[in-house]
Write a protein that binds this ligand. Structure first.
Ligand code: HEC
Length: 106
C-alpha cells in the first residue's frame, strides 16, 4: 500500500503542474472539431464582409469586442443565432478552443 501511495502522489503532482503550466481556458474543447463546425456553418460569411476579405481578422482587430474567455463563449452563443445553430456546451467549447488560436487566451 505504502508503495502505491509513493507512486501515485508524485504522479498527481506532475499532472497538477502540467495543467497549470498550459493554463488552457478551454481544456475540454477540441480545436479540430471546432474548426470543422466553424467551416460547416460558414461562420465567416459576415465577418469576411465586415473585414473586407479575411473574416478571421475580426478576432485579432485592435478594437475587437471580446477580450476574455467568458466573453468569447458568450459571443459564440450570440453569433450561433446568426447561422441558426444550436451548439451544445461541448460544441461551444470546441469552437472556442479553435478560435483561441486567434485570441490566445491563457
Ligand atoms: C449574420 C452575420 C454573422 C454570422 C453568420 C456570424 N457572425 Fe460572428 N459577428 C458578426 C458581427 C456583426 C460581429 C461584430 C459585432 C460587433 O463588432 O459589435 C461578429 C463578431 C464575432 C466575434 C467577436 C469578434 C471580436 O471582436 O472579438 C466572434 C467570436 C464571432 N463573431 C463568432 C462567430 C461564430 C462562431 C459564428 C458561427 C457560428 C459567427 N460568428 C457567425 C456577425 C456574424
Amino acid at each position: 500500500m505504502k508503495q502505491i501511495a509513493t507512486l501515485i502522489f508524485p504522479a498527481m503532482m506532475l499532472l497538477g503542474a502540467a495543467a497549470s503550466a498550459s493554463a488552457n481556458p478551454f481544456p475540454n474543447g477540441n480545436p479540430q472539431t471546432g474548426e470543422k463546425l466553424f467551416a460547416q456553418y460558414n461562420c465567416n460569411q459576415c465577418h469576411n464582409a465586415i473585414m473586407g476579405g479575411d473574416g478571421n481578422k475580426i478576432f485579432t482587430r485592435p478594437n475587437r469586442i471580446r477580450n476574455t474567455p467568458e466573453g468569447l463563449i458568450e459571443q459564440i452563443g450570440i453569433c450561433s443565432g446568426n447561422v441558426k445553430a444550436h451548439f451544445t456546451p461541448q460544441e461551444t467549447q470546441d469552437i472556442a478552443s479553435y478560435l483561441n488560436i486567434f485570441y490566445k487566451f491563457k
